[in-house]
Design a protein around this ligand. Structure first.
Ligand code: SF4
Ligand code: SF4
Length: 378
């Protein structure tokens, strides 16, 4: 089968954040120093070669970009300052953009002005809906000053949730097709791969391995906020916990008529605190302690961190207000800001960096299946 080459690929990838990857002369230092690169899943040099050739078909379903955890070791050892770690991050953004069925994902990553415009426009639409449509105030304890209607927020939220499901289903279909994962399921016992993936998601062991140098030297223990794996774990589990708490709240208050559902409150408070710590540490690292892997923060990365941080802070604000049964119009505006940002975050989930929540586990599964032996037939 012939491979189509696209000479415009490298300039296009630069718009996703890649450095001057044409400077790479294939010394192989980056692959040698990368603790996660291995035979059969070799990166970054092999990926760079495909990119330089413009062999997009070899990259679009590749799992290698997702085996990298952006430690930045490869960039520090590159003699040509080709920034291979940034290159791997840009490949991840490019793959996510190709999975967005609306086509907006490409503009989102490449044109910060477009992303800003969409952000402001959606904020305006959701905010206007919430302040202009007042449902019957079934839950008046949520309407702090009489401006925000709890029912309206939930109805808009349900429409946004339905749109998210439709968009993610389309993206998932593309992911399955392009990754070529289905043939890997035939003739193998996939359960061991699924079990490995579950353990990997809980522990993020590979992320920890990223911190160990290729010669096996374990790095000196560092403060929690500088531990990339711990920070990533905090963000992931905090986010999952908040998702669980929001779903429970929705079911018990909106459907079952509870006034307050305390288990959801407890889960939400703990998860929110964990996520806020993780996001704050991640922001601090990018500002005060940049390493090669995160030296360049583009708008798409900053957008996710800013949204998560504001959502966590406004979430705590509302938690305190509800607990104290405080009433003031300021709290309504905090609620509207929180709800509008949450809906925007959910609606754009599949075309922003948040899509990695789905794509990375999927690609890790592909990686593991490739290493699962075929069953022998007697
Ligand atoms: S270390 Fe730099 S020059 Fe060498 S292969 Fe990697 S990216 Fe290319
Ligand atoms: S950033 Fe780290 S994990 Fe990623 S390719 Fe470079 S050395 Fe490997």
């Amino acid at each position: 089968m012939s491979i189509q080459l696209d000479p415009t690929f490298l300039p296009d990838l630069a718009k996703y954040g890649a450095g001057d990857i044409s400077a790479c002369f294939h010394c192989g230092n980056c692959t040698a120093v990368c603790n996660l690169s291995e035979e059969g899943a070799s990166f970054p040099r092999k990926m760079i070669r495909f990119a330089q050739l413009g062999a997009k078909s070899e990259l679009i379903g590749a799992s290698e970009p997702w085996l990298c955890y952006a430690c930045g070791e490869c960039s520090t050892t590159c003699p040509r300052q080709a920034e291979p770690a940034e290159f791997m991050a840009s490949l991840r953004r490019w793959q996510i953009a190709q999975l967005d069925p609306t086509g907006m994902g490409k503009l989102w990553f490449k044109v910060p002005a477009f992303a800003l415009l969409v952000t402001m426009a959606l904020m305006g639409v959701f905010g206007t809906l919430m302040v202009s449509i007042h449902g019957s105030k079934v839950f008046p304890q949520w309407v702090f000053g009489g401006t925000a209607a709890y029912e309206t927020i939930h109805h808009v939220g349900m429409v946004v949730g339905a749109l998210l499901v439709a968009l993610l289903a389309a993206s998932f279909g593309l992911l399955v097709k392009r990754s070529g994962i289905l043939p890997l399921l035939k003739g193998r016992k996939p359960w061991s791969a699924f079990k490995w993936l579950a353990a990997e998601m809980v522990t993020m062991k590979r992320h920890g391995d990223c911190e160990i140098s290729a010669d096996g030297v374990v790095p000196i223990a560092k403060p929690a906020h500088k531990d990339h794996r711990l920070v990533h774990l905090a963000m992931m589990w905090g986010f999952i916990g908040l998702g669980v708490a929001t779903t429970l709240d929705f079911l018990f208050i909106f459907f079952l008529g509870f006034e307050v559902f305390y288990p959801a409150r407890v889960i939400g408070t703990i998860a929110g605190a964990v996520m806020l710590w993780g996001v704050s540490a991640a922001i601090w690292r990018r500002i005060a302690d940049p390493k090669s892997g995160t030296r360049h923060t583009n708008f798409a990365d900053a957008w996710v961190l800013a949204f998560l941080w504001i959502l966590a802070v406004t979430g705590f604000w509302l938690e305190v207000v509800v607990t104290l049964k405080a009433h003031h119009v300021v709290h309504d505006w905090v609620l509207i800001l929180h709800a509008a940002m949450a809906m925007e975050f959910v609606l754009l989930f599949g075309m922003t960096k948040m899509a990695h929540v789905l794509v990375r586990p999927f690609m890790l599964l592909k990686y593991k299946l490739e290493r699962t032996p075929m069953e022998t037939v007697d």
